[in-house]
Every structure is written in structure tokens, then in C-alpha cells.
Ligand binder design. Structure first.
Ligand SMILES: [Zn+2]
Length: 208
């Protein structure tokens, strides 16, 4: 039998014969809280909207080109996704952020979030502009009244960050946890090893 205090904090484990009266029996198993270490909470409204099994390139392209949703719909999906995580036993989340739309929900502090403010842009000439945009979001997440200031700048992926942009964000890694999308598909392997494959197609699509 597990003894907890009123807050649910575990005090000790004892034999049933020593547990006294007020014993509650639950179905299931006891587990530490789960960590969702890679989430895109602000994209929750897109669940089911993107065709599956088309590969990463078409997936990413679909996401970046489908940007017109009412804010209310986005906020509602964020709240529902958080509910789902809590229901599933998740207690902490590493969340990739490209905007500030998840701040109101996170400010309720129902889950512990670490906010990875995503930075991307492979054209050297847009490095300053992209950095400034992400830094603004980074600062918004850093305000104490919002989400505890657990936030870092996070390069999106090796194929989507120019050297110039990398130099701008690197100083922000100190004493922070960061993340990067890396080699999620065979296409990325093909790009790194042979300089070929679907990513070349993506660069061509994006350049249009
Ligand atoms: Zn991701």
C-alpha cells in the first residue's frame, strides 16, 4: 500500500496489514509522470488536416503553406491538446514555438513547459530579420508573468539554418537546453551523404 499526503506526495510504501482502514483500490499501474520531449502545441489545430505518409518534405511544405486559421480555433485546439496530454499522464513538455499563441494556455501552469523558440532561414540575407523575429518571441516567453522564463532559442534543422543565422543564435545556448530536428527521414541522410534527394526538391519548391 502506498501512503500519500493530501497533495498526493508519496510518503511511504507499507504492507496492507499495516495500512489501517481508509484504503482505496485503483485499477492500473503507478508510474512517474511522462515527458513529452518534442511537441508543437501551436500546431494542434492541424491534426488530421495534412495527408499522412507523404514524407517529411510534403509535410513541412503543407504546414508552412497552410497558415490561415482563425485564432480562436488555434487557441481551442491548444487547450484540447493540453487536456489530452494531462489525461495521458504527461507532466512536462518540451515545446517548439514559432509564435506566442500558446502563452495564454501555458500561463495557467497546468504542465511544466520548456519552450524552444524555433529559428530557421537558410538564406544568409534574411538571417538578421529571422533572428530578430525569434528573439522577440523568446523575450515574450521570458516574461515572468507568462511561463516561468524556461525558454531557449532552437535551430530548426541543419538544412534550414544558414551559418550567418547560426552565429546570431549560438550565444544564446549558454546555460540553456536546446533542440534541433535532425535526420528524421532517409531524405535528410540523402542530402548529407550525397547532396541529393527530396530536400533538393524542397529547396526548389521554396525558391518559387
Ligand atoms: Zn518538430
Amino acid at each position: 500500500m502506498l501512503i500519500t499526503d493530501e497533495k498526493g506526495i508519496i510518503q511511504e510504501i507499507i504492507h496492507a496489514k499495516d495500512a489501517g482502514e481508509d484504503i482505496q483500490i485503483f485499477k492500473g499501474l503507478l508510474s512517474p509522470g511522462f515527458i513529452n520531449c518534442h511537441c508543437h502545441l501551436e500546431l494542434s489545430h492541424m491534426k488530421g488536416l495534412i495527408p499522412e505518409r507523404t514524407g517529411l518534405v510534403d509535410f513541412v511544405f503543407n504546414i508552412v503553406t497552410q497558415r490561415h486559421f482563425p485564432e480562436e480555433e488555434i487557441l481551442d485546439a491548444i487547450a484540447k491538446a493540453e487536456d489530452e496530454m494531462i489525461h495521458n499522464g504527461i507532466v512536462a513538455v518540451g515545446d517548439i514555438c514559432n509564435n506566442t499563441l500558446s502563452i495564454p494556455q501555458k500561463s495557467k501552469q497546468r504542465l511544466a513547459y520548456y519552450n524552444f523558440i524555433e529559428v530557421s532561414g537558410w538564406l544568409p540575407q534574411i538571417a538578421e530579420m529571422r533572428f530578430a523575429r525569434s528573439k522577440e518571441i523568446y523575450d515574450a516567453f521570458g516574461r515572468p508573468s507568462t511561463v516561468n522564463g524556461r525558454q531557449s532559442l532552437a535551430p530548426h534543422a541543419p538544412y534550414s539554418v544558414s551559418n550567418e543565422l547560426w552565429e546570431l543564435i549560438a550565444p544564446f545556448f549558454k546555460n540553456k537546453t536546446t533542440t534541433i530536428h535532425n535526420q528524421e527521414t532517409d531524405f535528410e541522410d540523402a542530402l548529407f551523404i550525397k547532396g541529393s534527394g527530396d530536400f533538393i526538391r524542397m529547396y526548389e519548391m521554396m525558391n518559387r
